[in-house]
Design a protein around this ligand. Structure first.
Ligand code: ZN
Length: 289
């Protein structure tokens, strides 16, 4: 299976090898292994897998889901919503951090369970989700493609999505993908109103080209703008498209041990962005000495 994948991938084989090994890791550390859903704050739940994250917001007017994981995780998300006692057909709003297969590949499964759900996406990433991953500037090959979902609403930077008293703000933070979207919203955790931030991704994938030659035109300046945005956004409840970005499992263990505000981590959020920006700058310098 792996050698066939390499044939398909051709020129992006090296970087793809990293992603493929992540997608086909041993079951114990597989990023799309089923994970029991749990409550992060009032109305906010984790419904994703061992690493590919997804979130449920339960409002009085219906449900919001952010991200669908890959095709395997999409089914888990629907089941996790049921396990929590909610009806998946009541999903009214479907959101996405970015168009890569590990976050958008399961959206079709959720849309099937909730045919009335409206899918909101950025123009750049929405166009790629509408083609099931085809058109991504870097990830080329059947392995990375998935069942398409056409956006119902195209979001501008700063646009708000409202449902049942919740207001969720879209921040277009490109770089990792051209229309990568970071989401912010207030949420009550352990009796206090906190600002939640669902981080898209700032990862510079192995094989991305930065500086004079770019993976896509404008990628380097997109990263620059995005780091400025991320550092300016309020971030108390730090969550993200991958569990590993915010130490999901360690925080869940702390939550289980009685720390009701385990996911309130403004310092961890700052540290994460400082590390991610340093990694970006080091890679930019390495490629443009
Ligand atoms: Zn990605």
């Amino acid at each position: 299976m792996r050698s066939k994948t390499f044939e398909i991938l051709g020129t992006v084989a090296i970087s793809a090898a990293v992603l493929i090994s992540a997608a086909h890791a041993q079951p114990e550390d597989s990023p799309n292994k089923a994970f029991a859903p749990f409550k992060i704050g009032e109305g906010l739940y984790y419904v994703g897998a061992s690493d590919y994250a997804a979130y449920l917001i339960a409002t009085k007017a219906g449900l919001v889901v952010i991200d669908g994981g890959d095709a395997v995780v999409g089914k888990q998300v629907v089941q996790n919503i049921r396990t929590l006692g909610f009806d998946p057909s009541q999903v009214k709003v479907l959101l996405n951090t970015h168009e890569h297969f590990d976050h958008a590949g399961g959206l079709a499964e959720i849309k099937r369970a909730a045919p009335g759900a409206k899918f909101y996406a950025s123009a750049a990433d929405g166009a790629i989700v509408a083609k099931g991953g085809r058109g991504d500037p870097f990830l080329k090959g059947e392995r990375f493609y998935y069942e398409p979902v056409t956006p119902d609403v195209i979001l501008k930077d700063g646009q708000q999505v409202s449902l049942g008293g919740w207001t969720i703000t879209a921040h277009i933070t490109g770089g990792h993908t051209p229309g990568c979207t970071t989401w912010t919203f207030p949420v009550t955790v352990a009796g206090k109103t906190r600002q939640a931030l669902d981080h898209c991704s700032s990862s510079v994938l192995p094989g991305y080209k930065l500086g004079k030659t770019e993976t896509y035109p404008g990628q380097t300046s997109d990263y620059e703008k995005s780091f400025a945005t991320w550092k300016s956004l309020p971030c108390e409840v730090f969550i993200a498209s991958h569990g590993k970005f915010f130490n999901m499992k360690a925080k869940k263990a702390a939550l289980d041990a009685g720390k009701a505000d385990a996911f309130v981590d403004p310092e961890g959020c700052k540290r994460f962005y400082a590390g991610a920006e340093a990694a970006f700058r080091a890679e930019l310098k390495r490629q443009n000495p």
